[in-house]
Write a protein that binds this ligand. Structure first.
Ligand code: NAD
Ligand code: UFG
Length: 347
């Protein structure tokens, strides 16, 4: 039997590339699509080293509807789409709101139009815990109210979810799942693929690993006066390989028509919160290094504490996280050293 073809938009990105590896491991044939605005082709080498195969990759900007439509005509056997492609830097989105709304929303709208035209029924959408805004209660359950987010980026996720929900409401042929990621970190255990932020990282984990290599002088810890046990902010970090595996489970749910309604939402987190200092401690333990850091003011827009209820995903997707914080920090460090050619390894 021929492997089922799954379109992976943003397939050379951080989460997309790990999901491609998980899908190939389960016998699917991912077809990658990317415009390389935040990734590059070299990711294919990493995927090949892990899986022994190079997946098909199309260079297409999803803002180009003609090119996207031509892609679907050329690949008539696509049976599902996992839509990762988006711009994702929270701070940058406040500086470039139009670029963010345009790219993230137009890409989705073009995709939905093409799926309808080419009769592709199954969609998984990359959403974010940012849609919850400041939590009213913890752990965050999927029916917690979604609010206008604190950044244009976050708002694109909220609006995208609304678009998919509205479309699913009047189109029973569409089967869709939005996955709300909490804080994905870490890298494939092989060190062949991982996160490659451009410029100065905004996120904690790549900032830690780049500080450890000496590229950054010190880590700034944003605030130690939160109402949390050690005063630093708490997040729900999830290993990117656990996250990737959840996509395979969500895909199986769609393909086996096990949905309870044709649009569903699942949180993807570990269900446990760690403070910034706990992440630093884990990194120092697994890397055997001392990390230079300094406490500074809170970062505007940060919420004190966020972590997921994972019960719905555990129950309905038959999925749970298998990797703990130490595996996350160790794998992120393994990847960073490989990228930088540290310890005799060449990038
Ligand atoms: P990433 O930037 O590594 O991957 C996104 C990929 O999409 C990149 O390869 C980029 O080149 C591509 N892309 C962007 N716009 C495109 C377009 N118009 N046409 C074609 N390709 C395009 O990001 P990631 O961390 O892998 O995130 C994947 C998805 O998950 C995104 O939708 C992101 O918003 C969402 N998400 C990520 C996080 C996180 O912390 N990483 C958290 C919540 C949600
Ligand atoms: N932090 C620091 N110093 C840094 C970077 C981060 O102290 O240099 C702290 C932050 O203040 C926060 C924690 O580390 O308390 C995590 O920060 P990240 O920037 O890594 O992650 P966020 O929780 O702010 O945001 C992430 C994604 C968003 C997504 C959100 C959903 O970047 O895209 O999770 O919860 F929307």
């Amino acid at each position: 039997m021929n492997a089922q073809k799954i379109l992976i938009t943003g397939g050379t990105g951080f989460i997309g590339s790990h999901t491609v590896v998980s899908l190939m491991g389960q016998g699917y044939e991912p077809i990658l699509l990317d415009n390389f605005c935040n990734s590059d082709r070299s990711v294919l080498r990493g995927i090949e080293s892990i899986t022994g195969r190079i997946p098909v990759l199309y260079e297409i900007d999803m803002q180009d509807k003609v090119a996207l439509d031509a892609f679907f005509s050329e690949q008539p056997d696509i049976c599902a789409v996992i839509h990762f492609a988006a711009l994702k830097a929270v701070g940058e989105s406040a500086q470039l709101p139009v670029a963010y709304y345009y790219n993230n929303l137009i890409s989705l709208l073009h995709l939905l139009q093409c799926m309808e035209k080419h009769k592709v029924a199954n969609l998984i959408f990359s959403s974010s815990a940012t849609v919850y805004g400041t939590p009213d209660s913890l752990p965050l359950e999927e029916d917690h109210s979604a609010k206008a987010a604190l950044s244009p980026y976050g708002n694109t996720k909220k609006i995208s979810e609304d678009i998919i929900q509205d479309m699913a409401a009047v189109n029973q042929w569409l089967s869709a799942i939005s996955l709300r990621y909490f804080n994905p970190i870490g890298a494939h255990e092989s060190g062949e693929i991982g996160e490659l932020p451009r410029g100065v990282p905004n996120n904690l984990m790549p900032f830690i690993t780049q500080t450890a290599t000496g590229i950054r002088e010190e880590l700034l810890v944003f605030g130690d006066d939160y109402d949390t046990p050690d005063g630093t902010a708490i997040r729900d970090y999830i290993h990117v390989v656990d996250l990737a595996e959840a996509h395979v489970k969500a895909l199986e749910r769609l393909l086996e028509k096990r949905q309870k309604s044709n649009y569903e939402i699942f949180n993807l987190g570990a269900g446990k919160g760690y403070s910034v200092l706990e992440v630093i401690q884990s990194f120092e333990k697994t890397s055997n290094l001392k990390l230079p850091y300094r406490i500074v003011e809170r970062r505007p827009g940060d919420v004190p504490e966020m972590y997921a209820s994972t019960q719905k995903a555990n129950r309905e997707l038959g999925w749970k996280t298998l990797r703990g914080l130490d595996e996350m920090t160790a794998s992120a460090w393994n990847w960073e050293q490989r990228v930088r050619g540290i310890n005799g390894r060449v990038s």
